[in-house]
Design a protein around this ligand. Structure first.
Ligand code: HEC
Ligand code: HEC
Ligand code: HEC
Ligand code: HEC
Ligand code: HEC
Length: 266
């Protein structure tokens, strides 16, 4: 007797079920991925550092008469990285070796802002009191965190990106002109993947990674800055040499430009 339903047919319903469930969750993931507007964090700009209102009053009394609604002038990248031209790695000294970018401790600031150094001449000592107080009390300055991926994103290695030639500019924008740091890119999953699928336009020579003015001029001259933000989505042409850099990465066992879920998620 011929078998109308071969034996493997028994396995079909579970397979179909698995297919439906799998397809369903893929659809859910798809909607999440493409439809969730994650842009609300762009522009988040808290005053830095965090000061209790009592402490802020003390600092204000010393610095200036208090103007309502105006916060105490805190740390400015525009002064340090822009006007003074300090390299990012002077303060974020571990970005090249570590997955986590570090925030400098008060002792890094004290290298210049200890009494008798730059302050009397160039900066107002009263505006530096929060640094000196933290240092004297062996406390850390309470900086507010601006960029933060959700916890279920387990892996974002700064060092790998920087060593591959992705500039801070591509992800943090024109920090050197920001009085107060704010988030300029969405840091969404599609944003990560847009670059992983086509990294070439964002690769710069390794020694230019922290030279944000150079990078910006480069991107500008190749029309990579044609959208409001640095606009990873809308790019089409590469940086000069970007293709060669990409090939170089590939030859040196370019790890991966991961698109598989496990590379970034648990
Ligand atoms: C003089 C030291 C110093 C230098 C130089 C410096 N930074 Fe910073 N950076 C800080 C401090 C302090 C903070 C924490 C306070 C804040 O967010 O402004 C910070 C915060 C940041 C943040 C935000 C961190 C968060 O909370 O998400 C980014 C991004 C950043 N820096 C990038 C850069 C880049 C890029 C450069 C080089 C162009 C640079 N920094 C140069 C001291 C420095
Ligand atoms: C390489 C030396 C150097 C380091 C390191 C440095 N600063 Fe400065 N900072 C300066 C100089 C110089 C100025 C004055 C610049 C100007 O306004 O022309 C200044 C200005 C300031 C001001 C503004 C002062 C005012 O008059 O309003 C603050 C606040 C400040 N720094 C905080 C910090 C903090 C916090 C750190 C550590 C994260 C830090 N600085 C690290 C050199 C430095
Ligand atoms: C490929 C994108 C990318 C590049 C390139 C990049 N960053 Fe970041 N940065 C991020 C993301 C994403 C976060 C948030 C990470 C998290 O939440 O784990 C972040 C966070 C930070 C923080 C906050 C860390 C903390 O613990 O508060 C600092 C500081 C920082 N970056 C500095 C830099 C500097 C300096 C450079 C260049 C030398 C740089 N980044 C290059 C994407 C990037
Ligand atoms: C502007 C381009 C760019 C953006 C944006 C970007 N990446 Fe990458 N990423 C790269 C490049 C280039 C590499 C390959 C580095 C290599 O293989 O040397 C890489 C590699 C990686 C790796 C593999 C690291 C390893 O050790 O193999 C992980 C994980 C990763 N990225 C996570 C992320 C996450 C998470 C985000 C978003 C928050 C992100 N990336 C955003 C360019 C980017
Ligand atoms: C290059 C790194 C990277 C890869 C690869 C990746 N993700 Fe994500 N994913 C992220 C980041 C970053 C977020 C956080 C987005 C946010 O906060 O806006 C995220 C968020 C999510 C979310 C939460 C919803 C959302 O969009 O906010 C889901 C679900 C998700 N990812 C599923 C997946 C699946 C399924 C895969 C494999 C097909 C995958 N991810 C591959 C980086 C990645």
């Amino acid at each position: 007797m011929s078998t109308i339903f071969p034996k493997w047919f028994n396995k079909l319903p579970p397979l179909i079920l698995a297919g439906v469930l799998g397809g369903g969750s893929a659809a859910v993931a798809g909607v999440w991925y493409y439809a969730t507007p994650k842009f609300w964090r762009v522009g988040y700009m808290p005053s830095q550092p965090f000061l209790t209102s009592d402490y802020e009053d003390v600092l204000y009394r010393e610095a200036n008469p208090r103007v309502p609604g105006v916060t105490y002038p805190g740390f400015s990248h525009q002064i340090h990285a822009g006007k003074l031209g300090m390299d990012c790695r002077y303060c974020h000294s571990h970005v090249e070796e570590s997955p986590e970018a570090n925030i400098p401790s008060a002792s890094t600031c004290m290298g210049c802002h200890a009494e008798g150094h730059v302050d009397e001449k160039f900066a107002r000592p009263a505006h530096l009191r929060f640094v000196r107080d933290a240092w004297a009390n062996d406390e850390s300055i309470q900086w507010r965190r601006v960029h933060k991926l959700p916890d279920y994103v387990r892996n974002f290695p700064h060092n790998v990106h920087i060593n591959a030639g992705v500039s801070c500019f591509s992800c943090h924008g024109n920090i050197m002109e920001q009085e107060v740091v704010h988030q300029v890119e969405p840091l969404s999953m599609s944003w990560c993947l847009d670059c992983h699928r086509n990294p070439e336009p964002h690769l710069v020579p390794r020694d230019k990674v922290t030279d944000l003015y150079w990078v910006r001029n480069q991107f500008r001259s190749t029309k990579l800055l044609n959208t409001a933000s640095s606009g990873l989505g809308g790019l089409d042409s590469g940086t000069p040499g970007g293709a060669a850099l990409l090939n170089g990465l590939r030859e040196h066992d370019l790890h991966l430009l991961p698109e598989n879920c496990g590379a970034c998620h648990y």
